[in-house]
Design a protein around this ligand. Structure first.
Ligand code: UDP
Length: 323
């Protein structure tokens, strides 16, 4: 990647979100010109504090559901509420952000040299009947349930983007992102890692949904961003690529880890939400062989780093009268 006059412009949609903002920081560090678009539906401008001090970063308030008029050689599409609490609160906005967003990006990119790297999700596999999930698995998704606005929206976006690659020759690359955690996760997003850390830090019991035997694979955000960056550097990729950490843990194990790190924290049982997948673990064979992708940060270390970030931010919020 050249610097100075050769800087290439990347449009990052959902730039103020958790993953989007980490990607922005990485792209700036790699010498790109970065335009960050966000409608702040779930994003937070404080995530862009560091980026905002860089002359090569340009924030635009905007919505991917509207026609886009940005010139960029690369688009990284993170625009969409991603936590069940957020997306179920605004199901229509979630669905349209995925599908209309993808269609608008295709319109923007078609007919000119523009690569679209789209953030899809392990949710396209639904409550999987195949374990671990390879990219060739078509999934087990409820089309009319509580999670459908997100799952089917993301599946629809993949459909539109794949057609754009086949029919219009757009360079589309699709990352299927599995559970990712790290600094800057929103406190109120209802994700298991953020819930447990906030609960532990304010001295409340950790809320375990169901019996805690359901599994997830947690990827530290820096590892994920490395995988996404490798997808960008790679040539065209005509099939989706799973990105995540294949280490698989039960929710009860995660709770134990948080209890070890914080100490003196209780547990509380809650009912399992509808359509909650029982098992999830990425098969990252494709990412490993194509990209040399190999997540480095063990869960204990990643959770400890995230805990430090939460502690610092919660402290500020308490001082500001927030939390
Ligand atoms: N979960 C939990 N307690 C919480 C939040 C989530 O036990 O306070 C469980 C949830 O039921 C699910 C898993 O943790 O089985 C991961 O949930 P999350 O919302 O983080 O991600 P997703 O379900 O989208 O993978």
């Amino acid at each position: 990647m050249g610097l100075g006059a050769k800087r290439r412009t990347v449009l990052v949609t959902g730039a103020a979100g958790f993953i989007g903002s980490h990607m922005v920081d990485r792209l700036l560090a790699e010498g790109f010109e970065v335009v960050g678009l966000d409608n702040l539906m779930t994003g937070d401008l404080s995530n862009l504090e560091a980026a905002g001090r860089d002359v090569h970063f340009h924030f635009q308030s905007g919505d991917v559901r509207e026609p886009l008029h940005v010139y960029a050689e690369i688009v990284m599409n993170f625009a969409c509420p991603a936590s069940p609490v957020h997306y179920q609160h605004e199901p229509y906005a979630t669905f349209t952000t995925s599908v209309l967003g993808a269609l608008n990006l295709i319109q923007m990119a078609r007919g000119r040299p523009c690569t679209i790297l789209h953030a899809s999700t392990s949710e396209v596999y639904g409550d999987p009947l195949v374990h671990p999930q390879p990219e060739t698995y078509w999934g087990n998704v409820n089309p009319i349930g509580e999670r459908s606005c997100y799952d089917e929206g993301k599946r629809g976006a993949e459909t539109a983007l794949n057609d754009a690659r086949r029919r219009l020759g757009v360079d589309v690359r699709i990352a299927r992102i599995f559970n990712t955690y790290g600094p800057r996760m929103a406190f109120g997003d209802g994700r298991v890692v953020s819930n447990f850390l906030v609960q532990a830090l304010v001295g409340k019991p950790l809320t375990i949904y169901g019996d805690g035997s359901q599994t997830r694979s947690f990827c530290y955000v820096d590892d994920l961003v490395e995988g996404l960056f490798r997808m960008l550097r790679h040539g065209p990729l005509d099939a989706p690529v799973n990105l995540g950490n294949p280490g698989e843990f039960t929710i009860a194990e995660l709770a134990e880890l948080v209890r070890e790190l914080v100490g003196g924290v209780g547990l509380e049982r809650h009912p399992l939400p509808a359509d909650d997948p029982k098992q999830r673990r990425p098969d990252i064979t494709r990412a490993r062989s194509l990209l040399g992708f190999d997540p480095q940060v063990p869960l204990r270390e990643g959770v400890a780093r995230t805990l430090a970030d939460f502690r610092a931010r919660l402290g500020e919020d308490v001082v500001a009268g927030g939390a």
